[in-house]
Design a protein around this ligand. Structure first.
Ligand SMILES: Nc1nc2c(ncn2[C@@H]2O[C@H](COP(=O)(O)OP(=O)(O)OP(=O)(O)O)[C@@H](O)[C@H]2O)c(=O)[nH]1
Ligand SMILES: [Mg+2]
Length: 481
């Protein structure tokens, strides 16, 4: 721990802790020692008293723990320091500091990885390959015995498969469903909720019903949850789109894409048709599944109290989320919003800047690493809670779903990274999956159709940031598989 204390705090430390006897009390050297130490102790007590007196009412438990930690580890022979240094100290040790109006995060490279970005990328590729090539089976942190339907009375979790899809994507969603039914849903028959910004055609409804024995629901999104809000300034929007086009951000000038990102970021869980459900599994047209999933993933989420499940971690276009992180910090520093941050969040994962530092530079400190949201198995109550919901409302008020092109994947990821305990976030390592151009291809006995540990083609490999999740999102890699 000592090595983490800033030099400015440690002026000297001789480490002498031997006991004193009466004779020594009159020793001149010791008197000098007392003269030096007592004022420091008084100052130290004053600082601690000052903090607890002025701010304790508003500090949450974990902030108080920060302070306790610092005071417990403070060596009484160390010299003068002030409150700023005390906060710096907490930031340097834990990588975050949480107080009203003073929320700060810092990437502290906890695994002490050294090297330039190319060297780090190589290390991360090796780590990814090593993890993916380990043979795994189903999760072992939960007893799966009763999570397999053997009879019709099997009690499902409160969950639905969701997909936002256009009538014109019938062929692509049918291919997805065939793969999905084969690998998972024909065994479980979880209901589908098809979502669209316009009514589904009869042709669409009839065709998808034929692909499953599960119930099918069709939801048309109310305009208020889909359309560009009225507070969007057309001039700012135009300016924003031009800047995005200059930076070659995909779909920059496609309004429906902005609508889609905003809808999936903060509104889908408010759809009337989804109110009755807690969990969802998101699928998309033209995705593929490569492994048999023989246990009920929703019951797994429920039993293990997980809130968010994913399969791919990748970097985003930094230009599309230039101010997502700065705006988020603004929100967290308003009033008492600091309280929403979960002290066991995945902050280091959000901030990691050693593999792709240019992304962090453009995105105001955020690595842009995100859970790829075309696959998600998650708990909608997480989004419906105040932390995520209030934050989303703030994000929406900035208009930057339109002035920039914030995607639902980075928005979900920043939300999950800040507001969820990272032990409640699950990498479904056992599920083989593909959405162009990325895979999750594990080494499981049932895997067919993808090559173990392939992430993508050679050019896009640097877009893989799963190693960062392995480093900072997972405490014990062997605990689950
Ligand atoms: N109904 C409807 N669905 C949409 C619209 N735009 C996108 N979607 C759906 O929203 C999901 C995400 O859109 P995609 O176009 O796949 O976005 P993406 O995954 O970022 O982009 P790709 O990499 O091109 O797949 C898909 O399931 C689409 O079918 C829209 O305007 N209307
Ligand atoms: Mg897609």
């Amino acid at each position: 721990m000592k090595g983490l204390i800033p030099d400015s705090i440690i002026k000297h430390n001789n480490g002498n802790t031997s006991k004193l006897n009466v004779g020594v009390i009159f020793n001149r050297k010791f008197r000098r020692f007392l003269l030096m130490t007592i004022p420091t102790l008084i100052l130290f007590s004053f600082i601690i008293l000052h903090i607890t007196k002025d701010e304790s009412e508003t500090y949450s438990d974990h902030i108080q723990q920060n302070i306790n930690y610092v005071s417990d580890n403070y060596n009484q022979q160390d010299q003068m320091f002030n409150i700023t240094q005390l906060k710096e100290y907490a930031l340097n040790i834990k990588g975050y500091y949480l107080a009203p109006g003073n929320v700060q995060f810092k990437y502290i490279n906890p695994k002490n990885k050294i090297g330039n970005p190319d060297e780090i990328l190589k290390k991360h590729e090796d780590l990814y390959n090593w993890v993916l090539t380990q043979e795994i089976n189903e999760p072992k942190d939960v007893d799966l015995t009763n999570l397999r339907p053997k009879h019709t009375k099997y009690e499902r979790a409160n969950a639905t498969i969701i997909t936002l899809v256009r009538n014109s994507e019938l062929g692509d969603i049918s291919r997805t469903m065939e793969s999905f039914e084969d690998k998972f849903n024909k065994k479980f028959n979880y209901p589908y909720t098809f979502i669209n910004d316009e009514p589904f055609s009869d042709e669409f409804k009839i065709a998808v019903k034929k692909l499953t024995n599960a119930p099918t629901y069709f939801a048309v999104i109310p305009q208020s949850l889909w359309k560009k809000p009225s507070h969007i300034d057309p001039d700012l929007e135009k300016e924003g789109i031009n800047a995005l086009l200059e930076d070659e951000v995909a779909y920059a000038d496609m309004e429906s894409y902005h609508n889609m990102c905003r809808f999936y970021s903060g509104n889908f869980y408010n759809l009337p048709e989804l109110q009755k459900f807690k969990y969802y599994w998101r699928i998309e047209p033209s995705v593929q599944f490569y492994t048999n999933i023989d246990y009920d993933v929703f019951k797994y989420m429920q039993k293990s109290e997980k809130v968010y499940g994913f399969v791919v971690n990748s970097y985003d276009s930094a230009e599309s989320v230039k101010s997502l992180w700065p705006e988020t910090l603004k929100f967290l520093n308003m009033e008492d919003n600091y309280k929403y941050v979960n002290p066991n969040g995945a902050f280091q994962w959000l901030l990691n800047d050693i593999q792709y530092p240019t992304k962090n530079a453009v995105a105001g400190g955020y690595s842009t690493c995100h859970f790829w949201s075309n696959f998600e198995i998650a708990d909608m109550d997480f989004y419906r809670d105040d932390a995520y919901n209030e934050w989303f409302k703030y994000l929406d008020s900035t208009g930057k779903f339109y002035y920039e092109r914030w995607g639902d994947a980075p928005v979900h990821s920043v939300g999950v990274g800040l507001f969820a305990d990272k032990s409640k976030v699950h990498w479904f390592r056992d599920i083989g999956y593909y959405h162009n151009p990325f895979y999750n291809c594990p080494n499981t006995p049932s895997k067919r159709g993808c090559e173990t540990a392939t992430f993508t083609n050679a050019i896009l490999n640097s877009e893989n940031c799963m190693a960062s999740w392995i480093d900072y999102g997972i405490d014990d890699l062997a605990a689950i598989y």
